[in-house]
Design a protein around this ligand. Structure first.
Ligand SMILES: Nc1ncnc2c1ncn2[C@@H]1O[C@H](COP(=O)(O)OP(=O)(O)O)[C@@H](O)[C@H]1O
Ligand SMILES: [Mg+2]
Length: 214
């Protein structure tokens, strides 16, 4: 399908939100129509679910319950925001998407991977990213950046977890990138912002250029 759908993945503090905003501004300045969304979130319903998950309110119910909530939020976002934007010909940029579920709930969580993939198929049909940028940096640096950025005193449900867990997630994202090289590109997110900008722009221009040549 002729959809331009880019997802931004990686650990806490890697620079995903910084880059998605900057990229959207650049693409819009070039005359593209761009939609930014994020997960969990994007719609009123999904943002409410985001609060339930990130506040830790769902944590006592277990990781499967959390995985179902992520899937519910994603379903709402896909149906009401992402698919309509793709159909309208917009470039859709999403801050976290299916790889975060694979990594956090499946690969480094304790939710059965088959269950994660079943939910993924159920809610992302017709909305598959063509390019996924995986922002890679040592967990320690990510945690420092996330702490500096934080506006609230308390880290959220995932930020508060141990560095070893963050590092395991990093390795899981890298494994996905290795397994799906046509879709995924690893960006060295430990570089100065100007270099990260350049890496993102090069990857995105190559991806979008392929649509124009087609
Ligand atoms: N390449 C970089 N070098 C140094 N600091 C960065 C870089 N990219 C982002 N930051 C800063 O790190 C913090 C986390 O970035 P953010 O984009 O919110 O990460 P994420 O969305 O991946 O959690 C922000 O304060 C941001 O300004
Ligand atoms: Mg962010």
């Amino acid at each position: 399908m002729n959809q331009r759908f880019i997802t931004f993945e990686g650990g806490e503090g890697a620079g995903k939100s910084t880059q998605i905003k900057r990229l959207a501004e650049r693409l819009e300045a070039q005359g593209h129509s761009v939609l930014i969304t994020r997960e969990p979130g994007g719609t009123a319903g999904a943002e409410a679910i985001r609060h339930v998950i990130l506040s830790g309110a769902a944590e006592p119910y277990g990781t499967e319950m959390e995985a179902l909530l992520f899937a519910a939020a994603r379903s709402d976002n896909v149906q009401n925001i992402i698919l309509p934007a793709l159909r309208a010909g917009k470039i859709v940029l999403c801050d976290r998407f299916l790889d975060s579920s694979r990594v956090y709930q499946g690969m480094t969580g304790n939710v059965d991977m088959d269950f994660v993939l079943q939910m993924e198929r159920a809610v992302t049909e017709g909305a598959r990213p063509g390019l996924t940028l995986i922002f890679d940096l040592p967990a320690e640096i990510g945690a420092e950046r996330a702490a500096k950025r934080r506006t609230e005193d308390q880290p959220d449900r995932y930020e508060k977890e141990a560095l070893a867990q963050q590092e395991a997630r990093r390795q899981a994202f890298l494994k996905i990138a290795k397994d799906e090289p046509d879709r995924c590109l690893v960006i060295d997110a430990s570089q100065p912002i100007a270099d990260v900008n350049k890496a993102v722009d090069t990857a995105v221009d190559a991806y979008l250029g392929a649509f124009e040549d087609a």
